[in-house]
Design a protein around this ligand. Structure first.
Ligand code: PBG
Length: 342
């Protein structure tokens, strides 16, 4: 390593960088990327019924849970020192607009109330805000026809905003601690912020899925949430993976201007550059990253085959997400990591 690039780094033999590596105590002292599960959020899928723990085959180790089972798990999650959970509702009945999510008796509202009933005041209950799990067509909002073709339907941005306000007010009334809008509608943060402020929920924070890509890494999630679009894809609302990185910065800037308290980049591992860019551009805004289903399932599959050391791969991967700049990590491994780090 040349002393030109690092004028203060010194040169061999005066400088021996291995001196930082011989003694375990020195290695420990010089660690900097330290994961803390109290800044992890564990996503959970809640379904109707009783006593249900339905394994998600594409995500080994993850289950759809009925509310009674969810409540049991959440107590364990809280005891492990994990920061919080993020709830995804999987309703029994889906329709064109996703009514279940806009009802005080819907699955996600009941789940929030049940969980808030059993957890302490330090534990964070977050709800994912979107319509794809609740609509029969699997798109993230209300559809509108825009052409003569059979599949010339697309999500109507502004009609969806009105419903997002209804959905988030249901969550707020149920006692949610934070909402996380993931639909990538223009203006959704602003609409939800205004809905909250007009209804006495001005203290409730919003974590925007600000820079969310139309990613193949969500594949396994669509089984988990039963939310695969029945036709088409999400490219008219989620960002193209090959778009200019600056577009992600515009999305984030807009969310902040509209009132987002925390911003997010999603997925994580294939977008570490975007995470770093967001951290540098918006150092004053807490930054989250979503270590998504596909990232989880790929590693799980390799681990189940005995090809890799799951624990080390996961700690290294989550460490890279944190090092890139995300201090809040949404991950299906939250429980495992909390156990490993004990
Ligand atoms: C809902 C939503 C999705 C994810 C989080 N919220 C799916 C999607 O956008 O298709 C993906 C999470 C994961 O893959 O783990 N819109």
């Amino acid at each position: 390593m040349s002393s030109l690039n690092f004028p203060n780094a010194g040169v061999f033999p005066v400088t021996r960088l291995r001196r930082l590596r011989y003694h375990p105590g020195v290695r420990r002292l010089t660690r900097e990327t330290i994961l803390s599960p109290d800044r992890f959020i564990l996503p959970l899928f809640v379904c109707e019924g009783e006593g249900i723990r339905k394994p998600i085959s594409a995500m080994p180790g993850q289950n759809q849970l009925s509310i009674d089972e969810l409540v049991k798990d959440v107590k364990e999650i809280e005891a492990l020192g994990i920061g919080g959970i993020m709830l995804f509702g999987v309703p029994e009945k889906k329709d064109a607009v996703g009514s279940d999510s806009m009802s005080d008796d819907g699955i996600v509202a009941r789940a929030i109330r049940a969980v808030k009933d059993v957890v302490g005041s330090e534990f964070l209950v977050v709800a994912d805000v979107c319509f794809c799990e609740y609509t029969d067509h699997g798109h993230c909002g209300v559809l509108k026809k825009h052409g003569p073709g059979e599949e010339d339907w697309d999500v109507d941005n502004d009609a969806t905003l009105a419903n997002l306000v209804k959905q988030t007010l249901v969550m707020a009334r149920a006692g949610v601690d934070m909402v996380a809008p993931s639909g990538m509608m223009d203006g959704e943060i602003g609409a939800i912020r205004k809905g909250f402020d007009d209804n006495g929920f001005e203290r409730l924070p919003i974590m925007g899925y600000s820079a969310k890509y139309a990613s193949a890494f969500y594949g396994p999630f669509r089984e988990a949430a039963e939310s695969a679009p029945r036709f088409g894809d999400r490219r008219s609302y989620q960002m193209a993976p090959d778009a200019a990185p600056g577009q992600a910065m515009r999305e984030i800037a807009q969310d902040i201007a509209e009132g987002a308290d925390i911003i997010m980049v999603k997925p994580a591992l294939a977008y570490l550059d975007i995470i770093r860019m967001a951290k540098d551009q918006f150092p004053g805004v807490p930054l989250a990253a979503y270590n998504v289903s596909g990232e989880y399932s790929m590693t799980k599959a390799a681990a189940l085959n005995g090809w890799i050391d799951e624990k080390r791969i996961v700690l290294e991967s989550l460490g890279s997400i944190q090092r890139a700049g995300a201090t809040i990590i949404i991950t299906y491994w939250a429980k495992d990591v909390a156990n490993w780090l004990r």
